[in-house]
Design a protein around this ligand. Structure first.
Ligand code: NDP
Length: 311
């Protein structure tokens, strides 16, 4: 029987582990399918405080892991397949059949950015394809980029990128934007944003050495009017939504309409006592490494108080 199990190995999980270790909770952290989380899909991190020259994303998460390990976290390599959180003793079952029991659980399972499913997206991942403008936009200063999607995220990313890029295309599959009126007004009034309505991406061009140099789009795909157009771009940003990895826990926590875990007030507690949520799985809004780390810290402090209350 453990005091605390942390599920997820991104900045939220690792920061929770660092704080919980220092509070003598001897946490067990279960890595999940992608050790290090979403940060491992990007390259240089220039907006995590403390690194004036930026830091390699993989190095940043491996440093966090090392720090947690040195302070006393036990790491378990495995994927959670079921969770029974209904009682005082929480039971977590892994894909290899091992069952872990603990007094409290921090869910830090993150979110997964949606991709279109084109093989070119994988080919140019880190070479022009990104799902986070705030993380990677800076590398495209003065260049041409495209943002896919017509929701609030796409509009926010397009306006953010427009401040530093020469030109921003928005690739929108419908003849209208789904985003809020205010956001639509903002993108429509930004000179260097061009909205390509009724366009779908069918392929990306470039080579593995120099990276991405363009995208092939279909206008009114599948109709009699279908027309293929090519745009020259250096960056291709997906903004078609994220899927929070919350499904396993839906019985025990409240979810918003998009599947994000709802926490109580400004803390990290969920509606189930002893169950806390941190990082992107509970954050539809900010989704940054530093905000995830901060909420991991909060979850560890909240879990510590909960465990102390059981004595
Ligand atoms: P949304 O689900 O709102 O929008 C996704 C967009 O991606 C839609 O335009 C959708 O097109 C498009 N899309 C989805 N799949 C594909 C595909 N396969 N090919 C091409 N286009 C595709 O996601 P968001 O991330 O924008 O927003 C999620 C939630 O968070 C929303 O409720 C939003 O309002 C909220 N939000 C609020 C913000 C704020 O208040 N500041 C900022 C960001 C998000 P289609 O319209 O055709 O379905």
């Amino acid at each position: 029987m453990h005091k605390l199990i942390i599920i997820g190995s991104g900045p939220a999980g690792y920061t929770a582990a660092i704080y919980a270790s220092r509070a003598n909770l001897s946490p067990v952290l279960i890595d999940g399918p992608q050790m290090g989380g979403q940060l491992t899909t990007t390259t240089l991190i220039e907006n995590f405080p403390g690194f004036p020259n930026g830091i390699d994303a993989n190095l940043l998460v491996s440093n966090m892991r090392q720090q947690a390990e040195q302070l006393g976290t036990t790491f378990v390599n495995g994927i959670v397949v079921s969770a029974d959180l209904s009682n005082d003793v929480k039971r977590i079952t892994l894909d290899n059949g091992t069952v872990y029991e603990a007094q409290s659980v921090i869910i830090a399972t993150g979110a997964t950015a949606k991709y279109l499913g084109l093989s070119d997206e994988a080919r140019f991942r880190g070479l022009g394809v990104s799902a986070c403008a705030t993380c990677d936009g800076f590398f495209y200063r003065g260049k041409k980029v495209a943002v896919v999607g017509g929701g609030d995220t796409a509009c926010e990313e397009a306006t953010y990128l427009a401040q530093m890029c020469k030109k921003v295309y928005m690739i929108v599959r419908k003849p209208f934007l789904r985003a809020s009126k205010a956001m639509v007004k903002k993108v429509e009034s930004t000179d260097n944003i061009e909205i390509l309505y009724e366009h779908s991406t069918i392929g990306l061009t470039g080579d593995e050495l120099r990276g991405l140099d363009g995208a092939d789009l279909a206008f009114r795909k599948g109709s009699d009017e279908e027309k293929i157009v090519h745009i020259d771009i250096d960056g291709f940003f997906l903004a078609i939504g994220h899927t929070p990895n919350s499904a396993l826990f839906s019985q025990y926590v409240d979810l918003d309409e998009n599947g994000y875990i709802k926490t109580l007030g400004s803390g990290t507690a969920t509606r189930t006592p002893g169950v806390f949520a941190a990082g992107d799985v509970a954050d539809p809004r900010y989704r940054q490494a530093v905000t995830a780390a901060a909420s991991g810290c909060k979850a560890a402090i909240d879990a510590e108080k909960y465990i102390a209350s059981l004595q």
